[in-house]
Structure formats: C-alpha cells, structure tokens
Design a protein around this ligand. Structure first.
Ligand code: OMP
Length: 214
C-alpha cells in the first residue's frame, strides 16, 4: 500500500498486547498515514499482528532496524514483507551491501541519524554518508525531530526524492510540526498517542498541527 501524506503523522505502535494494539489503532487510524510496528509489539505477540493491522487500510512500516550481514538482513525483510509489511526500517551504518540486499526484498527506510542523545556518540558524523547510500537504494530515511537543524541538513543531502520520517516528537521533546517545517515528510509519534488519556483526540490534534506545518 502506498504511503500518502494526508495527516503528516505515523503511529508508532509500541504497545505490548494484541488487544491494546488493535484498540489504539481503531481509535487513531483515521488521523495517521501509516502504522509503525516494531520489536515491542511483535515480540510480545507475534509477526501475524502485522497482517491483522492491515484491516485498517494503512501502510505498515516494520521497524526491525535491521543491522546484520546482507543475507540475514534480506531474509528479515522478506519475512516482514511476507507478513504484510509495506516498508522495513534498516540501519545504514552497517554499510551499502546490507542496505542493497534489504532493498531487494522490500521497500526500505534507512536510519540516517537517531533521535536520542547517544546518536551523537557515533552515528551523527556519518549520517550524510548514510544518506548517499539511501539515495541509491531506499524509499526514504529516518532523521531526528529532536534536532531539526539536522533534518534541514539531511534534507539538503537527500534531495527531494527521499521521504523523511522523523521520530522524537512529544515524549522525546520535539514539538509537533517542527520536523515537518525543517523538511521532514512525516512525524512519527508513539507515546504521545498510545500513552494519551484519549488517544483518538491526541491523534486528531497532532494531525491538525502537523498539517498546518506543510
Ligand atoms: P515515542 O518516543 O514514544 O514517540 O516513539 C518513537 C518511536 O520512533 C519508537 O518506535 C522508536 O523506536 C522510533 N525511533 C526513534 O524514537 N528514534 C529513532 O532515531 C528512530 C526511530 C525509528 O526508527 O522509528
């Protein structure tokens, strides 16, 4: 399923049970453009949760942050795609051979620079080189909403073709809309939605703020 920008936000569904995942998605789906499923949900349920979430008619991004040798990375991406994922998130620091192998199996987003403070220890200095690799093989990159100035720089490095999805909004400190104003296409929000007292209302408000930023 294609990823289209209508709300500007992607739901990070890092909850621990199938019931909670379905409940949150039922509430938030109309206000998000994709659902990102990662290890917390898949390891606490199983891979079939991806197929189950397809009924909400939103693209599914499997956030497996693949960081392995090429053949294993490719098999992880094949498994995610086989389960119904439309995109898989892959690390870029492992090198072009891994990114290329993964891109043979599915559409991918490449993590260029992460949102947490520790990303400055190692990743940030190589982010522009990772973007060069992503330009050849990926649908988009992941760049930090917590550092909008880096989104601007990584947008300049990536050109207009790569989609930028950006985590770090609300719970990690960034404000909704800042990453989009800096050049991101979508903002990823997890706890700000699934941890809200009223997830539906939160998603609706975030979507309104994100839309006003583009
Ligand atoms: P919240 O902080 O709860 O909004 O969740 C952020 C989501 O984005 C989580 O699913 C993280 O795994 C993911 N994420 C980051 O927070 N930082 C990154 O640098 C990259 C990701 C990611 O690849 O999605």
């Amino acid at each position: 399923m294609a990823l289209k920008r209508e709300n500007g936000i992607i739901l990070a569904l890092d909850v621990d049970t199938r019931e909670k995942a379905l409940e949150i998605t039922r509430e938030a789906a109309e206000f998000v453009d994709a659902i990102k499923v990662g290890y917390p949900l898949v390891l606490n349920t199983d891979l079939s949760i991806i197929g189950e979430l397809k009924k909400f008619q939103k693209p599914i991004i499997a956030d497996f942050k693949v960081a392995d040798i090429p053949i294993v990375g490719q098999r992880i991406c094949e498994a995610a795609k086989g389960a119904g994922a439309d995109f898989v998130i892959v690390h870029g620091f492992v090198g072009e051979d891994v990114v290329k192998a993964c891109s043979n199996a599915s559409k991918i987003f490449v993590v260029a620079e992460m949102s947490h403070p520790g990303a400055l220890d190692f990743m940030a200095k190589d982010a522009e080189s990772i973007v060069e690799i992503a330009r050849k093989h990926a649908f988009g990159i992941v760049a930090p909403a917590t550092r909008p100035e880096r989104i601007r720089e990584l947008r300049a490095a990536s050109g207009a073709d790569l989609k930028i999805i950006s985590p770090g909004v609300k719970a990690q400190g960034a404000s909704v809309g800042d990453a989009i104003r800096a050049g991101a296409d979508f903002e990823i929000i997890g706890r700000g939605i699934y941890g809200a007292r009223e997830p539906k209302k939160a998603a609706e408000e975030f979507s309104k703020s994100a839309r006003s930023a583009y």
